[in-house]
Design a protein around this ligand. Structure first.
Ligand code: NAP
Length: 277
Protein backbone atom coordinates (compact mmCIF):
# COMPACT_ATOMS: atom_id res chain seq x y z
CA UNK A 1 0.00 0.00 0.00
CA UNK A 2 1.57 3.20 -1.20
CA UNK A 3 1.21 5.86 1.50
CA UNK A 4 3.56 8.27 -0.24
CA UNK A 5 1.38 8.56 -3.32
CA UNK A 6 -1.92 8.77 -1.40
CA UNK A 7 -0.44 11.39 0.97
CA UNK A 8 0.69 13.43 -2.03
CA UNK A 9 -2.80 13.35 -3.54
CA UNK A 10 -4.45 14.30 -0.22
CA UNK A 11 -1.97 17.17 0.20
CA UNK A 12 -2.63 18.39 -3.34
CA UNK A 13 -6.32 18.51 -2.60
CA UNK A 14 -5.65 20.34 0.71
CA UNK A 15 -3.52 22.86 -1.20
CA UNK A 16 -6.35 23.43 -3.70
CA UNK A 17 -8.84 23.88 -0.83
CA UNK A 18 -6.48 26.31 0.94
CA UNK A 19 -6.14 28.33 -2.28
CA UNK A 20 -9.93 28.40 -2.62
CA UNK A 21 -10.31 29.69 0.97
CA UNK A 22 -7.74 32.41 0.23
CA UNK A 23 -9.52 33.41 -2.97
CA UNK A 24 -12.91 33.63 -1.25
CA UNK A 25 -11.88 35.32 2.01
CA UNK A 26 -8.36 36.72 1.59
CA UNK A 27 -7.39 34.57 4.59
CA UNK A 28 -4.97 31.62 4.53
CA UNK A 29 -5.55 28.62 6.80
CA UNK A 30 -3.04 28.77 9.67
CA UNK A 31 -1.58 26.00 11.81
CA UNK A 32 0.12 27.00 15.06
CA UNK A 33 2.87 24.68 16.27
CA UNK A 34 3.98 24.76 19.90
CA UNK A 35 7.29 23.23 20.91
CA UNK A 36 8.55 22.94 24.47
CA UNK A 37 12.34 22.62 24.77
CA UNK A 38 14.64 21.49 21.98
CA UNK A 39 14.42 17.70 21.79
CA UNK A 40 16.10 16.99 18.40
CA UNK A 41 13.43 14.56 17.16
CA UNK A 42 10.63 17.00 18.11
CA UNK A 43 12.45 19.89 16.42
CA UNK A 44 12.74 17.79 13.23
CA UNK A 45 9.05 16.75 13.32
CA UNK A 46 7.87 20.33 13.80
CA UNK A 47 10.12 21.62 10.99
CA UNK A 48 8.81 18.90 8.69
CA UNK A 49 5.21 19.85 9.47
CA UNK A 50 5.94 23.55 8.90
CA UNK A 51 7.64 22.82 5.55
CA UNK A 52 4.67 20.73 4.38
CA UNK A 53 2.27 23.49 5.45
CA UNK A 54 4.21 26.07 3.49
CA UNK A 55 4.20 23.88 0.38
CA UNK A 56 0.42 23.49 0.64
CA UNK A 57 -0.23 27.22 1.12
CA UNK A 58 -1.07 26.83 4.81
CA UNK A 59 0.51 29.45 7.09
CA UNK A 60 2.40 28.17 10.09
CA UNK A 61 2.94 30.12 13.25
CA UNK A 62 5.60 28.67 15.51
CA UNK A 63 5.77 29.19 19.25
CA UNK A 64 8.97 27.92 20.91
CA UNK A 65 8.91 27.72 24.70
CA UNK A 66 11.83 26.95 27.00
CA UNK A 67 11.99 23.45 28.54
CA UNK A 68 11.52 25.17 31.92
CA UNK A 69 8.02 26.48 31.08
CA UNK A 70 5.43 25.65 33.74
CA UNK A 71 2.11 23.90 33.15
CA UNK A 72 0.27 27.19 33.68
CA UNK A 73 2.62 29.00 31.27
CA UNK A 74 2.00 26.38 28.59
CA UNK A 75 -1.76 26.31 29.21
CA UNK A 76 -1.82 30.12 28.90
CA UNK A 77 0.07 30.04 25.58
CA UNK A 78 -2.13 27.31 24.10
CA UNK A 79 -5.25 29.05 25.44
CA UNK A 80 -4.24 32.31 23.72
CA UNK A 81 -3.85 30.45 20.39
CA UNK A 82 -7.27 28.89 20.94
CA UNK A 83 -8.72 32.41 21.25
CA UNK A 84 -6.81 33.85 18.28
CA UNK A 85 -9.10 34.07 15.21
CA UNK A 86 -6.09 34.06 12.87
CA UNK A 87 -5.12 30.55 14.02
CA UNK A 88 -7.29 27.70 12.74
CA UNK A 89 -5.41 24.63 14.00
CA UNK A 90 -3.08 23.95 16.93
CA UNK A 91 -0.42 21.28 17.21
CA UNK A 92 1.27 20.85 20.56
CA UNK A 93 4.32 18.68 19.92
CA UNK A 94 4.79 15.98 22.50
CA UNK A 95 6.53 15.02 24.70
CA UNK A 96 6.31 18.31 26.59
CA UNK A 97 8.53 17.35 29.53
CA UNK A 98 7.98 15.32 32.67
CA UNK A 99 7.25 18.28 34.97
CA UNK A 100 4.28 19.39 32.85
CA UNK A 101 0.70 18.17 33.19
CA UNK A 102 0.43 17.15 29.55
CA UNK A 103 -3.33 16.50 29.73
CA UNK A 104 -3.98 20.01 31.04
CA UNK A 105 -1.92 21.48 28.19
CA UNK A 106 -3.76 19.43 25.52
CA UNK A 107 -7.14 20.34 27.01
CA UNK A 108 -6.31 24.03 26.50
CA UNK A 109 -6.71 23.42 22.76
CA UNK A 110 -10.18 24.49 21.61
CA UNK A 111 -11.95 21.43 20.12
CA UNK A 112 -12.60 23.37 16.89
CA UNK A 113 -8.82 23.79 16.48
CA UNK A 114 -7.78 20.31 17.66
CA UNK A 115 -6.49 19.23 14.23
CA UNK A 116 -4.13 16.68 15.82
CA UNK A 117 -7.05 14.99 17.61
CA UNK A 118 -5.49 15.02 21.07
CA UNK A 119 -8.24 16.39 23.31
CA UNK A 120 -10.74 14.40 25.35
CA UNK A 121 -13.48 16.05 23.32
CA UNK A 122 -12.05 14.73 20.03
CA UNK A 123 -11.47 11.28 21.50
CA UNK A 124 -15.03 11.10 22.85
CA UNK A 125 -16.51 12.30 19.53
CA UNK A 126 -14.61 9.53 17.77
CA UNK A 127 -15.88 7.00 20.33
CA UNK A 128 -19.47 8.11 19.78
CA UNK A 129 -19.00 8.14 16.01
CA UNK A 130 -19.68 11.88 15.90
CA UNK A 131 -17.93 14.42 13.63
CA UNK A 132 -14.63 15.74 14.92
CA UNK A 133 -10.91 15.57 14.35
CA UNK A 134 -9.25 12.18 14.71
CA UNK A 135 -5.73 11.47 15.82
CA UNK A 136 -3.73 11.85 12.59
CA UNK A 137 -1.98 8.48 12.29
CA UNK A 138 -5.16 6.43 12.93
CA UNK A 139 -6.99 8.75 10.52
CA UNK A 140 -4.27 8.10 7.93
CA UNK A 141 -4.53 4.34 8.42
CA UNK A 142 -8.30 4.43 7.79
CA UNK A 143 -7.78 6.49 4.62
CA UNK A 144 -5.26 3.93 3.37
CA UNK A 145 -7.69 1.06 4.05
CA UNK A 146 -10.43 2.95 2.20
CA UNK A 147 -8.15 3.81 -0.71
CA UNK A 148 -7.41 0.12 -1.23
CA UNK A 149 -11.06 -0.86 -0.87
CA UNK A 150 -10.54 -3.02 2.22
CA UNK A 151 -13.91 -4.23 3.44
CA UNK A 152 -13.84 -4.16 7.24
CA UNK A 153 -17.35 -5.27 8.22
CA UNK A 154 -17.25 -8.62 9.99
CA UNK A 155 -13.47 -9.00 9.52
CA UNK A 156 -11.26 -9.86 12.45
CA UNK A 157 -8.94 -6.92 13.18
CA UNK A 158 -6.03 -7.22 15.60
CA UNK A 159 -4.31 -4.09 16.88
CA UNK A 160 -0.97 -4.62 18.60
CA UNK A 161 -0.42 -1.58 20.82
CA UNK A 162 -2.87 0.53 22.82
CA UNK A 163 -1.38 4.01 23.08
CA UNK A 164 -3.85 6.91 23.30
CA UNK A 165 -2.61 8.46 20.04
CA UNK A 166 -2.35 5.34 17.92
CA UNK A 167 -3.36 1.83 19.01
CA UNK A 168 -6.48 2.66 21.01
CA UNK A 169 -8.04 5.10 18.52
CA UNK A 170 -7.29 2.95 15.46
CA UNK A 171 -9.06 0.03 17.16
CA UNK A 172 -12.06 2.29 17.89
CA UNK A 173 -12.19 3.46 14.28
CA UNK A 174 -12.04 -0.15 13.04
CA UNK A 175 -14.84 -1.06 15.47
CA UNK A 176 -16.86 1.88 14.13
CA UNK A 177 -16.57 0.24 10.71
CA UNK A 178 -17.94 -3.06 12.05
CA UNK A 179 -14.68 -4.99 12.31
CA UNK A 180 -14.36 -7.41 15.23
CA UNK A 181 -11.44 -5.90 17.10
CA UNK A 182 -8.92 -7.45 19.48
CA UNK A 183 -6.25 -5.34 21.19
CA UNK A 184 -2.88 -6.80 22.17
CA UNK A 185 -0.35 -5.13 24.47
CA UNK A 186 2.66 -5.88 26.62
CA UNK A 187 0.62 -8.06 29.01
CA UNK A 188 -1.06 -10.12 26.28
CA UNK A 189 -0.35 -13.82 26.52
CA UNK A 190 0.26 -15.91 23.39
CA UNK A 191 0.24 -12.86 21.15
CA UNK A 192 1.37 -14.85 18.09
CA UNK A 193 -1.76 -17.03 18.10
CA UNK A 194 -3.98 -13.91 18.16
CA UNK A 195 -1.98 -12.28 15.35
CA UNK A 196 -2.40 -15.45 13.26
CA UNK A 197 -6.20 -14.93 13.31
CA UNK A 198 -6.05 -11.37 11.98
CA UNK A 199 -7.71 -10.56 8.66
CA UNK A 200 -6.53 -7.00 9.28
CA UNK A 201 -3.44 -6.49 11.43
CA UNK A 202 -2.27 -3.12 12.75
CA UNK A 203 1.18 -3.17 14.34
CA UNK A 204 1.75 -0.14 16.60
CA UNK A 205 4.39 -1.28 19.07
CA UNK A 206 7.70 0.48 18.39
CA UNK A 207 9.85 -2.67 18.24
CA UNK A 208 11.78 -3.53 15.08
CA UNK A 209 10.38 -6.57 13.19
CA UNK A 210 8.37 -7.56 16.26
CA UNK A 211 5.74 -9.37 14.15
CA UNK A 212 7.26 -12.26 12.25
CA UNK A 213 6.21 -13.13 8.71
CA UNK A 214 5.11 -16.65 9.58
CA UNK A 215 2.45 -15.29 11.96
CA UNK A 216 0.67 -13.39 9.17
CA UNK A 217 -2.55 -15.11 8.10
CA UNK A 218 -2.40 -15.79 4.34
CA UNK A 219 -4.31 -13.00 2.55
CA UNK A 220 -4.29 -10.65 5.57
CA UNK A 221 -4.11 -6.88 5.23
CA UNK A 222 -1.10 -5.67 7.22
CA UNK A 223 -0.67 -2.10 8.42
CA UNK A 224 2.72 -1.42 9.94
CA UNK A 225 2.57 1.85 11.89
CA UNK A 226 5.89 1.22 13.64
CA UNK A 227 8.84 3.42 12.92
CA UNK A 228 12.11 2.29 14.45
CA UNK A 229 15.76 3.32 14.08
CA UNK A 230 17.16 2.34 10.70
CA UNK A 231 13.80 2.92 8.92
CA UNK A 232 12.47 -0.42 10.12
CA UNK A 233 8.85 -1.17 10.96
CA UNK A 234 7.26 -3.43 13.56
CA UNK A 235 6.61 -6.18 10.98
CA UNK A 236 9.20 -8.32 9.25
CA UNK A 237 8.25 -6.89 5.86
CA UNK A 238 10.26 -9.20 3.59
CA UNK A 239 8.73 -12.33 5.13
CA UNK A 240 5.24 -10.88 5.63
CA UNK A 241 4.77 -9.52 2.09
CA UNK A 242 4.61 -13.03 0.66
CA UNK A 243 1.64 -13.93 2.87
CA UNK A 244 -0.24 -10.63 3.04
CA UNK A 245 -2.67 -9.52 0.32
CA UNK A 246 -1.84 -5.89 1.12
CA UNK A 247 0.93 -4.48 3.31
CA UNK A 248 2.35 -1.04 4.09
CA UNK A 249 6.11 -0.63 3.67
CA UNK A 250 8.32 1.28 6.11
CA UNK A 251 9.11 3.92 5.06
CA UNK A 252 6.45 5.02 2.57
CA UNK A 253 3.35 3.46 4.14
CA UNK A 254 1.68 4.92 7.22
CA UNK A 255 4.36 7.57 7.91
CA UNK A 256 3.54 10.06 5.12
CA UNK A 257 -0.18 9.77 5.86
CA UNK A 258 0.11 11.37 9.31
CA UNK A 259 1.16 14.81 8.06
CA UNK A 260 -1.25 14.60 5.12
CA UNK A 261 -4.16 14.13 7.56
CA UNK A 262 -2.86 16.97 9.77
CA UNK A 263 -2.91 19.37 6.80
CA UNK A 264 -6.32 18.14 5.59
CA UNK A 265 -7.78 18.64 9.08
CA UNK A 266 -6.24 22.14 9.31
CA UNK A 267 -7.92 23.14 6.05
CA UNK A 268 -11.21 21.61 7.31
CA UNK A 269 -10.91 23.57 10.56
CA UNK A 270 -10.33 26.83 8.65
CA UNK A 271 -13.27 26.09 6.34
CA UNK A 272 -15.60 25.68 9.32
CA UNK A 273 -14.26 28.61 11.34
CA UNK A 274 -14.59 30.93 8.34
CA UNK A 275 -18.17 29.82 7.83
CA UNK A 276 -17.48 28.31 4.40
CA UNK A 277 -18.84 24.80 4.98
P1 NAP B 1 3.86 3.66 22.72
O1 NAP B 1 3.08 4.76 23.33
O2 NAP B 1 5.22 3.32 23.25
O3 NAP B 1 2.95 2.34 22.76
C1 NAP B 1 3.49 1.10 22.39
C2 NAP B 1 2.43 0.05 22.59
O4 NAP B 1 3.04 -1.20 22.28
C3 NAP B 1 1.94 -0.03 24.05
O5 NAP B 1 0.55 -0.18 24.07
C4 NAP B 1 2.63 -1.29 24.58
O6 NAP B 1 1.86 -2.02 25.51
C5 NAP B 1 2.79 -2.11 23.33
N1 NAP B 1 3.89 -3.05 23.51
C6 NAP B 1 5.16 -2.76 23.89
N2 NAP B 1 5.87 -3.91 23.98
C7 NAP B 1 5.05 -4.91 23.65
C8 NAP B 1 5.18 -6.31 23.58
N3 NAP B 1 6.34 -6.93 23.87
N4 NAP B 1 4.11 -7.05 23.21
C9 NAP B 1 2.93 -6.46 22.91
N5 NAP B 1 2.73 -5.12 22.97
C10 NAP B 1 3.79 -4.36 23.34
O7 NAP B 1 4.09 3.91 21.15
P2 NAP B 1 3.17 4.67 20.07
O8 NAP B 1 3.31 6.12 20.24
O9 NAP B 1 1.83 4.05 20.01
O10 NAP B 1 3.98 4.27 18.75
C11 NAP B 1 4.11 2.92 18.32
C12 NAP B 1 4.97 2.89 17.07
O11 NAP B 1 4.33 3.66 16.05
C13 NAP B 1 6.36 3.51 17.22
O12 NAP B 1 7.27 2.82 16.40
C14 NAP B 1 6.19 4.91 16.71
O13 NAP B 1 7.40 5.47 16.20
C15 NAP B 1 5.20 4.67 15.59
N6 NAP B 1 4.41 5.87 15.28
C16 NAP B 1 4.39 6.26 13.98
C17 NAP B 1 3.65 7.38 13.64
C18 NAP B 1 3.65 7.81 12.22
O14 NAP B 1 3.39 8.96 11.91
N7 NAP B 1 3.88 6.91 11.30
C19 NAP B 1 2.94 8.10 14.59
C20 NAP B 1 2.92 7.66 15.90
C21 NAP B 1 3.68 6.53 16.23
P3 NAP B 1 1.49 -1.45 26.99
O15 NAP B 1 0.38 -0.47 26.77
O16 NAP B 1 1.06 -2.65 27.72
O17 NAP B 1 2.75 -0.82 27.51
Amino acid sequence: MDGTDLARRITESSAAAAADIRRRTGISPCLATVLVGADPASVTYVRMKQARCEKAGILSRHVALPASVSTSGLVETVGALSEDPQVHGILLQHPVGPHIDERAAFEAIAPAKDVDGVTMNSFAAMGFGLPGFVSCTPGGIMRLLDEYGVDLAGRRAVVVGRSAILGKPVGMLLLGRDATVTYCHSRTTDLASIVREADVLVAAVGRPRFISGEDIKPGAVVIDAGYNPGNVGDVDFEAARHRASLITPVPGGVGPMTIAVLLAQTVDAATRQLGLS
